[in-house]
Write a protein that binds this ligand. Structure first.
Ligand code: B12
Length: 333
């Protein structure tokens, strides 16, 4: 008996649930841009095939990344889609090329907020992004949708085109600040912070992995202060240094003060950078002995958590580019 190939098909509401968009949005995309179910069986409701699903997922990712729906639909309809059991939630080469193209374009008009699921300005569940770029808004939308792969793809494409420091300052800081504000005003959104954190670390660590032949003879230690759980700026410094061929020892979990002292004694680094984000950490006394070991390391601190006067021999850096430049100099660049 010949085998019958069962082609899976989905209703509008099933597709809407899977994509995280309203069924009305799907009908609008179909009516306005012609991106809908490709077959229509007489007498039955319209159903979406696996290929339709892949095209729609592609369109959704582009819209999240800030591409106007009309362009996103054209791109998705022209994309070569292989009918298979592929997981449509994985970004593919066509999608990456489209996101890269998007980031090459100058920022579009500015909006103040990005709202959950619809992308409309305002609304109940929003991230405020005053003056942010279209790409930052796309990243915020992807983070709100808890779409880690899209967050990573947007960050990777930006690093590829602009480098680590502009990506941190122009793309990531506005979104991190917006997500933080959302938490402090509503008490909600830790899941968004975790999605973003995972994507940021994955993209920045990829830059670090590409460093094969570091230039620095002496080590550089980057550490989170005692009791400090915020570590993203350390990853940014590490990736910024990797772009300059400088490798680091990254201690990105809260570092007990005595352990940091022992690590510096043992490794004899050219530079030590300690990050404190919050007032639970950043006690200057905990790093007072570091500048006095021999050979003497350059000791730098960063972050809003440091309070009071810094010990002799310890300096504060003001920004990511300042941190990277001063550490690179200390490491002999
Ligand atoms: C991601 C995040 C987390 C993640 C951290 C993951 C990780 N591995 O790092 C998780 C979910 C774990 C987390 C947990 C918590 N977080 Co949190 N978190 C953030 C968030 C969104 C980003 C942190 C970050 O990387 N900031 C770095 C840059 C983006 O921000 P910034 O330091 O303000 O930047 C300024 C300067 O430092 C400088 N700068 C910028 N980049 C760089 C880089 C370098 C190298 C230098 C030198 C300077 C520099 O320029 C900026 C402009 O002035 C912030 C929001 C925010 N605005 O920071 C909240 C935030 C830091 N968290 C906050 C809080 C309260 C918490 C929690 C206590 C409660 C909670 N929200 O769950 C817990 C517990 C943490 C703990 N016990 O230590 C508050 C801190 C408030 C305060 N002043 O103490 C913030 C500010 C949110 C808010 N608006 O209220 N958090």
């Amino acid at each position: 008996m010949p085998s019958v190939r069962v082609v899976p098909s989905l209703t509008v509401s099933a597709v809407a649930r899977r994509l995280g968009v309203a069924p009305a949005t799907l009908r609008t995309w179909d009516r306005r841009y012609g991106i809908g179910p490709s077959s229509h069986e007489a007498g039955s409701h319209r159903r979406y095939s696996a290929q339709d699903m892949i095209r729609l997922e592609h369109m959704r990712r582009l819209v999240i990344a800030g591409v106007p729906p009309v362009d996103a639909a054209r791109d998705a309809l022209n994309a070569e889609v292989l009918a298979s059991d592929d997981d449509a939630s994985e970004p593919n080469a066509v999608y990456m090329a489209s996101v890269t193209e998007l980031i090459r374009r100058p920022a579009a008009a500015k909006v103040m907020t990005v709202s959950e699921s619809t992308g409309r300005p305002g609304g109940g569940h929003v991230i405020a992004l005053p003056g942010a770029s279209a790409t930052s808004r796309g990243l915020a939308r992807a983070a709100l949708a808890l779409d880690g792969p899209t967050c990573s793809a947007i960050i990777d494409a930006s690093i590829e085109l602009q480098g680590v420091i502009p990506t941190w300052n122009d793309l990531l800081v506005p979104v991190l600040a917006g997500v933080g504000e959302r938490w402090s005003s509503t008490g909600k959104g830790i899941e968004i912070e975790h999605t973003l954190t995972g994507a940021v670390i994955s993209s920045l660590s990829e830059v670090m992995r590409r460093l094969k032949a570091p230039l620095n003879a002496r080590a550089v230690i980057l550490a989170a202060a005692d009791r400090e759980q915020h570590s993203l700026p350390l990853w940014a410094v590490a990736a910024g240094l990797a772009e300059r061929q400088i490798s680091v020892r990254l201690l990105n979990e809260p570092m007990p003060a005595s352990s940091l002292v022992q690590a510096v004694q043992r490794i004899g680094p050219a530079a030590v950078f300690v990050w404190s984000q919050t007032s639970v950490s950043g006690d200057p006394q905990e790093i007072a002995t570091l500048p006095h070991f021999r050979p003497a390391p350059r000791v730098l601190v960063g972050g809003p958590g440091w309070c009071g006067d810094l010990p002799r021999g310890v300096d504060r850096v003001a920004s990511l580019s300042d941190a990277v430049a001063r550490i690179a100099r200390a490491a002999g660049e």
